[in-house]
Design a protein around this ligand. Structure first.
Ligand code: F6P
Length: 364
């Protein structure tokens, strides 16, 4: 590894956590010495950058963290420097703290910053890049909804959790002749429900990209019953909605960059199924179980590659870029081109085709 002119780099994890973040931190920190670089771990994402909280990371700090979920650096959904909530009396005022973030970057003598996060983090990175910071982005999210990369790490681990949950729900649904609805995360994309539902053998998968008909769900359950199948498993994405109806929002919080918190569609689907089919129905909301715990082998490998390629990019002074998986190769794209482009499930996606081929209904 050639020594680089870059001497001191910061690293942070922004937005919601997901399995594989620590593997990226390790993938950056372990090779740093060979490049002649010191790594500075910024605490709690951009919150720490604004508030001046960081600590040096060395090889020992990242030993043994490959298999650990979450992030050893901490993260936050509320630390956007350009959307900084401040309590003024009884009101929340949104302020711009970008100058404070830049000042800390300079005070710590950073030559570059590696930011690991989803679309929200990449938006912040883009703005800070335009203000002169040297940034390399690493995409993460269990939702797998970033268009610029074929896959984000964390997704495979979340899908594994969904599969395990459906396997377990299968046995109890079958024993009690029940319908069980399992609500999964994914925001406005249906990847987790689609992949988890196929892997876990769901009978019905409901995703935001394919608005469903209530009647088609009841028909599918009825049809299964006529075939002697006394139970059904429904895997519903939190962002799924019925045709002509609105998405179900659990809460809004203006302190967050994205104020909308989804949740509740699972309970609604279960209630309507029970009412309209007469079948005993239960709901399980997997929630943050999907974000926690140890990454799968796939996610450990992808995260390690992303980390190692991110520091390699930094060493070549290639800033304003984000690492991305394209086919089987790690490439890099301009952060500016990557942001705001959601990767949604297309109705002609091969996984949708395969799911339909094995009899899974999308409620249409
Ligand atoms: O983007 C990841 C994700 O887990 C989404 O699937 C989910 O809607 C959201 O974050 C939940 O965020 P929070 O942990 O802030 O409630």
């Amino acid at each position: 590894m050639a020594k680089s002119r870059v001497r001191r780099i910061g690293i942070l994890t922004g937005g919601g956590d997901c399995p594989g973040l620590n593997a990226v931190i390790r993938g950056v920190t372990k090779p740093a010495q060979d490049y002649g670089m010191t790594v500075y771990g910024i605490i709690d994402g951009f919150e720490g950058l604004v508030e001046g909280r960081a600590r040096e990371l060395n090889d020992t700090d990242v030993s043994g963290i490959l298999a650990r979920g979450g992030t050893i650096l901490g993260s936050s959904n509320k630390g956007d420097p350009f959307h900084w909530p401040v309590e003024v009396g009884k009101k929340i005022e949104i302020q711009d703290k970008a100058e404070a973030a830049i000042k800390n970057y300079q005070t710590w003598n950073l030559d570059a910053l590696i930011a690991i996060g989803g679309d929200g983090t990449m938006h912040i990175c883009n703005k800070l890049s335009q203000m002169g910071l040297n940034i390399v982005g690493v995409p993460k999210t269990i939702d797998n909804d970033l268009d610029a990369t074929d896959v984000t790490f964390g997704h495979d681990s979340a899908v594994y959790v969904v599969m395990m949950a459906l396997d377990r729900l299968h046995t109890t649904a079958s024993s009690h002749h029940r319908v069980i609805v399992c609500e999964v995360m994914g925001r406005y994309a249906g990847w987790i429900a689609l992949h988890g539902g196929i892997a876990g053998g769901a009978d019905i998968i409901l995703i935001p990209e394919i608005p469903f008909s209530w009647q088609k769900i009841y028909d599918k359950i009825h049809k299964r019953q006529l075939m002697g199948k006394k139970f059904s498993l429904v895997c519903v994405a939190e962002g799924a909605k019925a045709q002509g109806e609105e998405i179900v929002v659990k809460e809004t919080d203006i302190k967050r960059t994205d104020p909308i918190q989804l949740g509740g569609i699972g309970a609604l689907v279960a209630k309507n199924i029970e009412k309209n089919t007469g079948r005993e129905t239960r709901v399980t909301v997997l929630g943050h179980l999907q974000r926690g715990g140890s990454p799968t082998p796939y996610d450990r490998i992808l995260s390690t590659k992303f980390g190692a390629f991110a520091i390699e990019l930094v060493s070549h002074g290639k800033f304003g870029r984000m690492v991305a998986l394209k086919g089987n190769e790690i490439k890099n794209v301009r952060i500016e081109d990557a942001i705001g482009k959601q990767k949604l499930v297309k109705p002609d996606n091969q996984a949708v085709f395969a799911a339909k081929a094995v009899g899974i209904s999308f409620g249409v």
